[in-house]
Design a protein around this ligand. Structure first.
Ligand code: UGA
Length: 438
């Protein structure tokens, strides 16, 4: 199959590289000439496990091309995947102007041959019909618009794409469905995963509902964590106790500093805005957002209470990316925590195994960075853990006692056993569990 992928961000680049890996002829297009040039030299714009190897392989075999101009991807492919950004407007609604602009540019380049345009970016329901309307106004070429939401997680994006747990195809045309099945045939043959073929609005809703449901699980357990702290219960045990019920499931019940990243915060906001537009209300989603937004302040309250004042204290922040396995800092809880610390006149020394170069571009220049965990902790008044990197989990609790000025750790990821911290003489403030005081 000949496939165009437009927008080479996390979703687009992974999609393009994986389609090339399974044997398709792929043209990836991006409006940034610099990004295209970098990719042609195998330089990736972000860190994602296994992606480098896939991009290099596709370039070497010659079935993965990167182009700045969209024309080739419209003229020389059968199916065009739309993977451009859908950022949030200040109201929380999704800004679909990049999608609209792309629909216009594709229409202008259509040359009478049939094409399938596939939404892969996360978009609110009804976007498909908007794309269709835009193209109808501008071209007489035959086309179909389909929806094929992605369910890839950063850090395991390549695996999630090559071995998905389901593929959702929203399409009202048999011809488009057949072509999409051909695109996915090699992945289906390997993974044997179920395929849901449905209409476009249903596919769009599956994506938003899926992310909103996962975010709801996280906010649910975080609100249970708050109750646990007040009544002396342990949220980890509660999560295990409820998660073993297969109707609930254990995953996404990890209490902590809240969800971040480029998807959940934006998607919950967009879904809530859409729900309010079409039904006049979104009480559940708004509560999910409120609980999430309160999580960083809750952790800092505990630390302030312990330190008496945050002002003038040096705080070691361990973990900057929104989750392990990525250098992505978009909507990372670390940004909120660090900004709040600086506002209270604390000084911040940060360490992250991969996100520090990105962080330096994003965070205020007053933040300093340490080359190792121990360097970050040494001499700081307290440590704050914000990302569940394996490197932090594997730290011996005595490290905190040995290096910190006051052995106080506020852990937004519940990485350590309470008894181990107690035995090491560390004051340990985690989420939804008893506070350990040395
Ligand atoms: C998320 C979804 O998991 C993917 O299925 C979806 O395709 C993707 O968004 C997307 O829409 O593109 P991702 O943002 O990469 O993937 O990250 P997750 O692994 O879902 O984690 C999101 C956030 O929730 C992280 O900040 C993580 O630390 C937090 N989290 C996750 C918790 O606080 N507790 C949990 O139990 C699980």
């Amino acid at each position: 199959m000949r496939i165009g992928v437009v927008g080479l961000g996390h979703v687009g680049l992974v999609t393009a590289a994986c389609f090339a890996h399974v044997g398709h002829e792929v043209i990836g297009v991006d409006s940034s000439a610099e990004r295209v040039e970098d990719l042609r030299r195998n330089k990736l714009p972000f860190f994602e496990p296994h992606l480098q190897v896939l991009v290099e392989g596709g370039r070497r075999r010659g079935n993965l091309h990167f182009e700045h101009d969209l024309t080739g991807a419209v003229h020389r492919t059968d199916v065009i995947f739309i993977c451009v950004g859908t950022p949030a407007l200040p109201t929380g609604e999704a800004d679909l102007s990049q999608i609209e602009a792309l629909a216009v540019q594709i229409a202008e380049r259509m040359n009478g041959e049939y094409r399938v345009l596939v939404e892969k970016s996360t978009v609110p329901v009804t976007t498909g019909s908007r794309i269709e309307q835009t193209l109808r106004r501008l071209t007489s070429s035959r086309f179909d618009v389909a929806s094929n939401p992605e369910f890839l997680c950063e850090g395991s994006a390549v695996h999630d794409t090559l071995a998905p747990d389901r593929i959702v195809l929203g399409s009202s045309s048999e011809e488009a469905t057949r072509l999409l099945m051909d695109v996915y045939r090699p992945i289906l043959d390997r993974s044997g995963c179920p395929v849901i073929v449905t209409d476009v609005p249903t596919a769009e809703l599956i994506k938003h509902s899926s992310n909103a449901f996962l975010a709801t699980k996280i906010s649910f357990i975080n609100s249970v964590a708050e109750i646990c702290e007040r009544v002396g219960a342990d949220v980890e045990e509660v999560a295990r106790g409820i998660g073993l019920d297969p109707r609930i499931g254990e995953r996404f019940l990890k209490a902590g500093i809240g969800y971040g990243g480029s998807c959940f915060p934006k998607d919950v906001a967009a879904f809530a805005a859409l729900a309010e537009e079409v039904t006049g209300k979104a009480p559940l989603l708004r509560a999910v957002q409120r609980i999430n937004q309160a999580a960083p302040a809750r952790l800092l309250d505990k630390l302030r209470e312990e330190l008496w004042y945050l002002r003038g204290k040096r705080i070691a922040v361990l973990g900057l990316s929104f989750k392990p396995g990525t250098d992505d800092m978009r909507d990372s809880p670390s940004v909120k925590v660090i900004e709040a610390l600086l506002e209270e006149d604390s000084s911040v020394v940060a360490y992250d195994p991969v996100a520090m170069p990105k962080a330096k571009e994003l965070l205020p220049p007053t933040v300093s960075y340490a080359p190792t965990v121990e360097d970050a902790l040494r001499g700081a008044h307290a440590g704050v853990i914000l990302t569940d990197w394996k490197e932090f989990k594997e730290l011996d609790p005595s490290t905190f006692k040995r290096t910190l000025r006051f052995p106080i750790v506020a852990d937004g990821r519940n990485l350590f056993d309470l008894e181990d911290m107690r035995a090491a003489g560390v004051t340990y403030l985690s989420v939804g569990r008893e506070a350990v005081r040395a």
